[in-house]
Design a protein around this ligand. Structure first.
Ligand code: ADP
Ligand code: ZN
Length: 509
């Protein structure tokens, strides 16, 4: 007993000696655990990705990028030929473009075609919490690649290290990593036969130091595919899938404007899954349609929509569809539906005849009318508007903004841009600009109201049919429009391809 009491009594003295030791042990243990759980430069990340079996014909719709990269293949295969000529061969190539357009795929094809080993790393893996680790990884990666030349080093998400350097202290680690990457690039010698391919979604975000000559001095845009490109990509991804006779990949391509290769691959896969679930031996066009809807508009949901809501929806969508018809051919309606899918309650699917990069001011004005026609129909029929047009309004506002701010398409200022980030603009100019934007949208809305009021009976018939069938496809729409035209040849000019805009008539509002 005495001994224990003595011990307790002397605890503070004891503590002075062993407490620090315990703490030290604890800290060492914690560091050890942290290191264990941290992603490390595992041997696998430095070994070449063995399955770089991507061939050029696995990639479609990015012909220009593929052609430029063909040069790199030549260089990797015949380094002497280029050295003899004193040619400076590319060492850093930057592929930039939206996600899923095939940048990784292209880099792999280069490696496969040239017989080079392929090392890939996502740049986000370099940005570590411990200073110097990211830089060390980069050093290791390049060292391994050099020892196994010819080699392709592929760094995805380059923005993660290549972002403009901040100079602030909390980003020092990040800056060190970027610096190491620059050192490696500058240290490349031609005989090394190592080519660095970087991928990034945006060129603007990258540190200019990365883009200087001798570094990523070759920049190749990998843009989303156009119509022909989408069809070709769909062909790649339906290879080996049994397709029914009714499948028309051109139609699928037309319905997928704006989607990237990864989305298209997804659609082909979904279509096959639909067919499999229905226990069919072939993938049909209907499977593709269902897949497009799933990918584009989210999963079909069983939302409860009241009869009243359904009526409003029907008039709203009929407004869009009728207006597309009234303004003419450039954007024929493929489909209009009031069946709710994902976020959108109903939607009208317009598909342009072809992919185009140039549009006239008149076409944009028509587009504004089409986008505003949903709300205009609500206004005419119910005398009140709903929140259902929020998304339409957002798109309208954005288009009108670009027309005035960027395209010089306002009446007042047609010779220059007036970008939002231009602080040099005078207050007066800014006011003119905002007034012009408002004028475009207000005018388009007035026009939409006027035209729909004029064609009110067509609007009623279209929405009634829509309420009945819930979804109308292009042939049904065409039939309805031509019936209306035949019946009322004299009074209404629904069938004419373009209704000449007339000064808006206040009585129809
Ligand atoms: P990124 O690197 O541009 O984000 P990926 O190369 O990783 O895109 O593409 C992801 C997937 O999408 C590919 O594995 C492929 O299945 C498909 N894909 C994307 N672009 C194409 C294309 N141009 N041709 C064929 N398939 C493509
Ligand atoms: Zn709408």
């Amino acid at each position: 007993m005495d001994g224990i009491v003595e011990h307790i009594g002397r605890l503070p003295e004891y503590a002075l000696t062993w407490l620090p030791l315990v703490f030290l042990g604890l800290i060492v243990y914690l560091i050890w655990r942290t290191l264990q759980f941290m992603p490390r430069v595992k041997p696998t990340t430095v070994e070449p990705d063995s399955k770089s079996s991507v061939r050029w014909d696995d990639i479609a719709g990015v012909d220009e990028a593929a052609k430029e990269l063909q040069e790199v293949v030549d260089f990797l295969q015949h380094p002497k030929r280029f050295a003899q000529l004193g040619a400076r061969v590319p060492k850093g190539i930057l592929l930039y473009g939206p996600p899923g357009t095939g940048k990784t795929l292209l880099a792999k094809a280069v490696a496969n075609a040239s017989g080079a080993s392929f090392y890939s790393q996502s740049a986000s893996a370099f940005v570590e919490m411990f200073a110097g680790l990211g830089a060390a990884r980069i050093r290791k990666l390049f060292e391994t690649a050099r020892n196994n030349a010819p080699a392709i080093v592929f760094i995805d998400e380059l923005d993660a290290v290549g972002m403009r350097r901040s100079g602030t202290s909390h980003n020092r680690e990040h800056d060190q990593t970027l610096n190491q990457l620059l050192v490696e690039l500058d240290g490349f010698r031609s005989p090394d036969q190592v080519v660095l391919i970087g991928a990034s979604n945006r060129l603007e975000d990258l540190d200019p130091a990365l883009l200087r000559p001798g570094r990523f001095d070759r920049q190749i845009l990998v843009s989303p595919p156009d119509l022909a490109g989408r069809e070709a990509i769909l062909e790649v991804h339906t290879r080996g899938k049994p397709l029914a006779d009714d499948v028309d990949l051109n139609v699928v391509a037309r319905h997928t404007a704006g989607l990237a290769g990864a989305d298209l691959a997804n659609i082909c896969n979904e279509a096959a899954i639909f067919a499999g679930r229905a226990e069919r031996g072939e993938v049909t066009q209907a499977d593709f349609d269902a897949a497009i809807e799933r990918i584009v508009a989210g999963l079909q949901q069983s939302r409860v929509v009241t009869e009243k809501e359904k009526r409003i929806l029907a008039f709203h969508e009929a407004g869009h569809a009728l207006m597309s018809h009234l303004v003419g051919e450039p954007m024929p309606v493929q489909k209009v539906t009031i069946v709710s899918r994902g976020q959108a309650l109903g939607y009208t699917l317009n598909t342009p005849q072809e992919d185009r990069y140039l549009h006239t001011k008149d076409e944009f004005l028509d587009l504004l009318k089409v986008m505003l026609a949903g709300r205009a129909a609500e206004q005419i029929v119910f005398g009140a508007v709903t929140n259902g047009a929020a998304n339409d309004l957002e798109r309208v506002t954005e288009l009108a903004r670009r027309m005035v701010f960027e395209f010089g398409m306002s009446d007042e200022v047609a010779s220059r841009t007036m970008r939002a980030d231009n602080y040099a603009l005078s207050e007066h100019t800014k006011r003119v600009r905002d007034e012009e934007q408002a004028r475009l949208t207000d005018h388009a809305y007035a026009e939409a109201v006027r035209l729909l009021a004029k064609h009110r009976s067509s609007l009623d018939r279209l929405s009634a049919l829509l309420l009945e069938k819930e979804t109308l496809h292009r042939p049904e729409l065409e039939e309805l429009f031509s019936t209306i035209e035949r019946e009322s040849n004299s009074s209404e000019a629904v069938g004419t391809p373009r209704v000449v805009a007339m000064p808006s008539d206040p009585s129809t509002r």
